[in-house]
Design a protein around this ligand. Structure first.
Ligand code: FAD
Ligand code: SF4
Length: 461
């Protein structure tokens, strides 16, 4: 797919990938051989009828392709941009055995963007208005899990309210993933579909503070609840210097830039350090988004410090390639051991140690072992840690009978999202730990079916 030249995009928050033209999209769709056993569908957590939507693109029936897509996927313009298709549908594509698989994600993005540009109405909006069931559901968190469950339950006639702690809905889609990978206008357009379904979104409502889980049942009289609060609590390593000025968690760094629009200073007045020598620690999508944001904020050197090798990096290969093209310097098999500051407590240097790889650990990846005497130092004025995030403790501390496991993640049935607390369901990162947009959406879809069944079993009011 065409992308903006790296020398231009490294200083720009505009989207990196420009998308297919109609001609390119049709050419790509014509490569699909319409397999009888349709393996690609098995790789899609929300079971999109991929061969049908791809065939419609090849035929030039883009409205039909959009109907097929939106029948199963509430957020196709988002999934077409950020889903790891290389590990899902495209991994199972028959063509991939000998050639490049069909570029299913890029076609999904093309169709969704066409629908947005033409103001096409999603499949659900054309369906008949459901008969109200008289039941109401509170959803806590407006990330992909919460949005999906809300849409599915509203389509079944239940009254749905989403409570979101931040001032904008969307979860990581809004505060985490940067504009250059996922334009916020697209997220807002996709979320707008929910309001057309009658879903009410209450922002600036922190459950555990504004209301507790039990108050939502006892005082606001909701019949069921879905908790989808994500895994947004940042972790820091236990090394000296993490409290110095100029040291951020990736969560804070990205939230300032994305949600609070620090990158559009002075138009928006959110402060952010525009470091000249920035080190981002980690190897996942969050680290990659942070280091590429640092470049765009004007860094002369943007280092990505990762303790394993490139093969073990959890980030999408395409994002690593894009980062390198833009000038990110990868310091692989390297871990920070200390940060040093100046007399004003501003971070000035990072001491690093070289690593070698040993036996695989619990995650299946080879574990890094420090090499004695390999210490070296780099000059830095900003450090961003993207070394994992955990569950925010607020809901569990105010809901003592909600079962949680190690790390504070909620214990819920994998196929229904049901917890052992009556009427409370949960899904997405708050159950699995940090995962993907589409896995959170899949959890939302499964929970919606279970919540609907639960509500229909309740005695009449
Ligand atoms: P979230 O998206 O985290 O949403 C949770 C919401 O709940 C938030 O809006 C939060 O404010 C709200 N909330 C929390 N506590 C409360 C409370 N007490 N009361 C009310 N609201 C509350 N996945 C991919 O598939 N592809 C990618 O390219 C990708 N890139 C990523 C980049 C970054 C920087 C990050 C952080 C993650 C990325 N992921 C990616 C992972 C993906 O975004 C998550 O797995 C997904 O968003 C999880 O969805 P969720 O609905 O469970 O939670
Ligand atoms: Fe088309 Fe690939 Fe799916 Fe076969 S597996 S139907 S070639 S997209």
């Amino acid at each position: 797919m065409p992308t903006v030249d790296p020398s231009v995009r490294r200083r720009s928050f505009d989207e990196v990938a420009s998308g297919y033209s109609l001609e390119l999209a049709r050419q790509e769709a014509e490569r699909c051989i319409q397999c009888k056993n349709r393996p690609c569908i098995e790789g899609c957590p929300v079971e999109i009828d991929i061969p049908t939507f791809v065939r419609k693109v090849a035929e030039g029936d883009l409205a039909g392709a959009y109907t097929t897509l939106s029948d199963k996927n509430l957020l196709p313009a988002i999934c077409g941009r950020v889903c790891p298709q290389e590990d899902q549908c495209e991994k199972l594509c028959t063509l991939g055995v000998r050639f490049e698989p069909v570029a299913i994600g890029r076609l999904e993005r093309f169709v969704a963007d066409f629908a947005g540009a033409m103001n096409l109405v999603a499949a659900e909006s054309t369906a008949e208005t459901p008969v109200p069931t008289g039941r109401s559901v509170a959803i806590v968190g407006s990330g992909p899990a919460g949005l999906t469950v809300a849409a599915d339950l509203a389509k079944l006639g239940h009254r749905v309210t989403i409570f979101e702690a931040l001032h904008k809905p969307g979860g990581v889609l809004i505060y985490g993933i940067p504009e250059f990978r996922l334009p916020k206008a697209i997220v807002e357009r996709e979320i707008h579909k929910l309001t057309t379904l009658g879903v009410e979104i209450k922002t600036n409502h922190i459950i555990g503070r504004t209301f507790t889980v039990d108050e939502l049942f006892d005082e606001l009289h909701y019949d069921a609840m879905f908790i989808a609060t994500g895994a947004g609590l940042p972790y820091f390593p236990s090394i000296p210097g993490v409290n110095l000025v100029g040291v951020y968690s990736a969560n804070e760094y990205l939230t300032r830039s994305n949600l609070m629009k620090a990158y559009r200073f002075p138009e928006h007045d959110t402060p952010i350090v525009r470091g000249r020598h920035v080190a981002v620690v980690g190897g996942g999508n969050t680290a990659m988004d942070s280091v590429r944001t640092a470049l765009r904020l004007g860094a002369e050197h943007a280092y990505l410090v990762y303790r394993r090798s490139r093969d073990e990096m959890p980030a999408r290969a395409e994002e690593v390639e894009h980062a390198e093209e833009e000038g990110v310097e990868l310091l692989l098999l390297t871990a920070p051991s200390a940060l040093a500051g100046d007399e004003r407590s501003r971070v000035r240097a990072m001491t690093c140690v070289r690593m070698e790889l040993g036996e695989p650990d619990a995650s299946g990846r080879r574990s890094p072992i420090p090499l004695a005497g390999s210490d070296f130092s780099i000059d830095v004025d900003t450090v961003v840690f993207a070394v994992g995030q955990g569950a925010n403790p607020l809901i569990r501390s105010t809901t003592p009978d909600l079962p949680v496991r190690k790390g504070g993640y909620i214990v819920a049935d994998a196929s229904t999202g049901a917890t052992s607390k009556a009427g409370v369901f949960a899904g997405g990162d708050i159950v699995t730990g940090g995962a993907t947009v589409i896995s959170a959406m899949g959890a939302g879809r499964r929970a919606a079916r279970a919540i609907d069944a639960y509500l229909r079993e309740l005695p009449t009011h």
